[in-house]
Design a protein around this ligand. Structure first.
Ligand SMILES: Cc1cc2nc3c(=O)[nH]c(=O)nc-3n(C[C@H](O)[C@H](O)[C@H](O)COP(=O)(O)OP(=O)(O)OC[C@H]3O[C@@H](n4cnc5c(N)ncnc54)[C@H](O)[C@@H]3O)c2cc1C
Length: 386
């Protein structure tokens, strides 16, 4: 039996950030993942400047973007019509998760965490984890950073999320031999899925193409994906569709219990409009580790949760506002007039791009929308509804 101050389950962005931050603050940390690294994760891999600044703050170095593609132009489409191609947008880094997650994990190892990747958990309590081989680790604080199907969330609450209310995405990697990614624009298609969108993200060796949205609104996601591939001029059988859930706006109000904390997707920390999750995963991992270290210093492990909840307030507020705004962007009543204003207004388009690039927070965005609301309302009411 090996003893640790903190066990982190999951070595993705949330887990590697939590483990690195805790180890640098003097904690003895075990980092567990069922996968061995480097490992892939289904994701668009859009890494914003917000992600980059969190990465620098947490890991103490800039991310290596030599394997990424950075674009400052973006094409926006709606129902087969190009709304605009925007130039000079904030930088959007298109990465492969195999690469960036391995970088984060390497930082965690360099910070001195004990590496338990490639280990399968068979049992757990609030203060211990037992592997399939019978080995047991104990801790005083446990951080669940094990993604949308979190075993730690299931241990605490019986299930991780209701799959009907969260999001689901399908993706393929279109090979460079079929379509040269360098000549492809970074493209977003509103309405490629219901309450969601489609994306085509050029990478160095392929183009990541996907559709995603609220699962319950898209029982036929494969049909949406096939249609989107046709729109992009790609054959439907270009590659096998891969799917993954994302907790699209379904964050946990109480992200844990006493000395057990949930971070990243396990806590539902994904932007319900843009689908951005990497930044919130890293940040929440850091905040969970900070709360854990402070609680341990005070010899009060059970105080980790209230400390963490208070640190997460701002992020929760942002996600709550985003969830309300999502009705306007994706809801059928408002989408047409909103898309019309996208077409007309450079300001609206730039606001969206700033959002996608992680350069504006929702409270500031809401203030800007409110000042323009009379114009939006007038146009919405004037436009004929189906
Ligand atoms: C189709 C799709 C596209 C997306 N595109 C983007 C994008 O372009 N940009 C963006 O910012 N976000 C995007 N996201 C969201 C983003 O992928 C997630 O928000 C992010 O990966 C969350 O990080 P995490 O560390 O919380 O979880 P994960 O990255 O899911 O990491 C969890 C880790 O836990 C491990 N694990 C799971 N279960 C266990 C277990 N039982 N025992 C041990 N280990 C376990 C896994 O192996 C994994 O390594 C997308 C999501 C989807 C589904």
């Amino acid at each position: 039996m090996a003893e640790f101050d903190i066990i982190v389950v999951g070595a993705g962005p949330a887990g590697s950030a939590a483990a690195t931050w805790a180890a640098r603050n003097g904690a003895r940390v075990a980092l567990i993942d069922k996968a061995s690294f480097p490992r892939s994760k289904l994701c668009g891999g859009l890494f914003t400047e917000r992600s980059r600044s969190y990465f620098r703050e947490i890991f103490g170095a800039d991310i290596d973007l030599s394997q990424a593609v950075t674009r400052t132009a973006c094409a926006l489409w709606y129902q087969g019509e190009e709304l605009a191609t925007l130039q000079d947008v904030p930088p959007l880094h298109l990465t492969m998760r195999l690469d960036i997650d391995a970088q984060m994990f390497a930082h965690a190892c360099a910070a001195g965490v004990a590496d338990f990747t490639g280990h399968t958990i068979s049992e757990m309590t609030d203060t211990s984890v037992t592997f399939r081989n019978g080995d047991t680790l104990t801790c005083r604080v446990l951080i669940g950073a094990d993604g949308v199907s979190s075993i730690v969330a299931r241990h605490l609450f019986g299930k991780a999320f209701d799959t009907k209310t969260i999001g689901f995405g399908l993706e393929i990697e279109a090979p460079a031999a079929l379509q040269d990614p360098q000549s492809q624009p970074l493209r977003i298609d509103f309405a490629a899925a219901q309450w969601g969108y489609g994306w085509s993200f050029p990478k160095q060796g392929s183009t990541t193409v996907g559709v995603g949205g609220i699962r319950a609104e898209n029982p036929d996601m494969k049909t949406h994906m096939a249609a989107y591939l046709r729109t992009l001029g790609l054959p439907e059988d270009v590659a096998k569709f891969k799917g993954h859930h994302l907790p699209f706006g379904d964050f946990r109000k109480v992200p844990g219990r006493a000395s057990v904390l949930l971070a990243g997707d396990a806590a539902g920390l994904v932007d319900p409009i843009t689908g951005e999750g990497i930044a919130f995963a890293m940040k929440s991992g850091q905040l969970a580790a900070q709360a854990a270290c402070e609680a341990l210093r005070e010899e009060a492990p059970a105080s980790a949760l209230p400390r963490y909840q208070s640190a997460l307030k701002e992020m929760h507020r942002n996600l709550r506002i985003a969830r309300n705004l999502r009705r306007a962007l994706f809801g059928p009543r408002w989408q047409k007039p909103l898309m019309a204003s996208f077409k007309r207004s450079g300001t609206v388009r730039m606001m969206y791009m700033q959002l996608l690039a992680g350069q504006v927070e929702y409270p500031a965005l809401t203030r800007r929308i409110i000042t323009r609301l009379p114009t939006y309302l007038f146009r919405a009411l004037a436009s004929p509804q189906k």
